[in-house]
Design a protein around this ligand. Structure first.
Ligand SMILES: [Zn+2]
Length: 203
């Protein structure tokens, strides 16, 4: 076996392995096991993805960086280029503000098909207030919960069945929208281009 062939085969195997842990669809993301290989090494993963030209790994590895790295590690580390450091910090700011607010909107929206509107609305507002109380406790030494992970478990809401199913739907739609937007949030090409790139590299 030639050296070139071996290197290509190895590269492809590494890419396939990485692509499982850093998927391009929300469904795959939601079904990842709790423990991932190289967990907590998102900065190194993003650097490797850049080196290998595996851009489809970047949206989720940048997302993981935002989840598990403090600003100082992103800024002072030598894993990322200056441009990618800016992409990460810009993305992080967006996720913590607009991104989180959009995902939490299901706790504010009035749902018209409801016969106990006042009670349901009050219950949603109570939960929203609790969430905002948590969000007020900013701590630079603690990781913020990222919007895709907010309310993955059903909220303990005292609402009617109609409101409950509508809330779940609005929440899931907002997560989906955020996922679709993830590459743009980090200054990357859209999923369609990234997935075409992935298909080409892994064929
Ligand atoms: Zn209701």
């Amino acid at each position: 076996m030639s050296h070139k062939y071996e290197a290509d085969a190895l590269r492809k195997r590494a890419l396939i392995h990485l692509s499982h842990a850093y998927p391009t669809t929300l469904d795959e993301w939601d079904h990842l096991p709790d423990e991932l290989p190289w967990d907590g090494e998102a900065l190194e993963i993003a650097a490797v993805a850049r080196q290998l030209g595996a851009d489809w790994i970047l949206p989720t590895s940048f997302y993981r960086i935002c989840q598990r790295s403090f600003d100082r590690a992103i800024i002072t580390g030598d894993e990322l280029s200056d441009a990618d450091k800016v992409n990460c910090i810009k993305g992080l700011r967006y996720l913590e503000t607009t991104g989180a607010t959009n995902v939490l909107d299901f706790l504010l929206a009035p749902y018209s098909n409801c016969s106990t509107r006042a009670r349901c609305m009050e219950s949603r507002q109570t939960i929203r207030r609790e969430v905002e109380t948590e969000r007020r406790k900013y701590d630079a030494e603690r990781f913020t919960e990222m919007p895709l992970e907010l309310f993955l478990e059903d909220p303990a809401a005292n609402v009617c069945v109609d409101c409950f199913s509508k809330m779940k739907e609005v929440h899931e739609d907002a997560r989906k929208e955020l996922w679709d937007d993830l590459p743009r949030i980090f200054g990357l090409d859209d999923w369609k281009k990234l997935e075409a790139m992935k298909a080409e590299a892994l064929k």
